[in-house]
Design a protein around this ligand. Sequence first.
Ligand SMILES: Nc1ncnc2c1ncn2[C@@H]1O[C@H](COP(=O)(O)OP(=O)(O)OP(=O)(O)O)[C@@H](O)[C@H]1O
Ligand SMILES: [Mg+2]
Length: 310
Amino acid sequence: MAKNGNRNSSSTESPSPLLDVRDLVIEFRSRGETNLAVDGISFEVRKGETLAVVGESGSGKSVTAMSLTRLLPEEPVCRISGDILFEGRNLTRCSEREIRKFRGKEIAYIFQEPATSLNPVFTVGNQIAEAIKLHRPEVNDVEKEIIRSLDLVKIREPEKRFRDYPHQLSGGMQQRVMIAMALACHPKLLVADEPTTALDVTIQAQIMDLLRDLKQKLAMSIILITHNFGIVSGFADKVIVMFRGKIVEAGPTEEVLRNPQHAYTRALISCIPRMGVRQKRLTTIDYAELEKAGDQRLTENRNNGANTVE
Ligand SMILES: Nc1ncnc2c1ncn2[C@@H]1O[C@H](COP(=O)(O)OP(=O)(O)OP(=O)(O)O)[C@@H](O)[C@H]1O
Ligand SMILES: [Mg+2]
């Protein structure tokens, strides 16, 4: 266990993390009311490491990811505090102009719905070209680079497909294009926010295989956001479990899966369907119990230092 009651990841030992988020708080304000979406979380991602962020709907996973490159509404609607250190640079102190150099270039995103993320009136080639021209002006032969990135995500006949419009592609192909677009700028950190949720099960497996393959080939860091513990095993080095804006459990993935400490983590893990195991009824989550357990655990963590994972 680490100093704060969380379990340490031993996957890499580089001296400083690529991303170091400290005491992040995200609040939304509307009509005089405040919604505390993220409540003082800390975590880090090292070079080449994959972090899974697991939690149910509304637990604060996406807003955490979007806060990294300031993709959330501005103040007074959304107020962010804490530190977001990327290669030692504090992104919370960057100007809007400076943050644009990180957004899409150093930190790239893949979102859940490829169909709504792609622009229907431009060819996929055009859309990838946009990203390359914006972030890698040094590239002379943009077309060759587009074909290379489509090839990287295993789209067959990329020299033909780059002239296609999004509606001409299946959901799985569209998600591959989104991944190609995100990777075309050679990001150091890829944030995949529920990248397979909108796809059917066999395509989900193909996209996860592709991401696994790319992770090894490109040695980049990944944050995988999901509510499904089932896709985390064998993919992420470490995991944080979010519940109502807080981290309730954190540690190396296989350890958390083998020996979950928090009742909410146990409830999420029990939702993973297992081959050959017949469940008589679906597991339901007892929120009153979880809140009690969560508060107790978080109090312990606070007393030990911070609500954090390293
Ligand atoms: N633009 C916004 N304005 C106001 N509140 C927001 C906004 N975006 C998110 N929130 C609120 O922040 C909280 C966390 O939302 P978030 O989208 O991070 O959840 P999530 O864990 O990603 O859920 P899901 O699994 O459904 O994607 C929710 O209460 C949500 O209503
Ligand atoms: Mg989300």
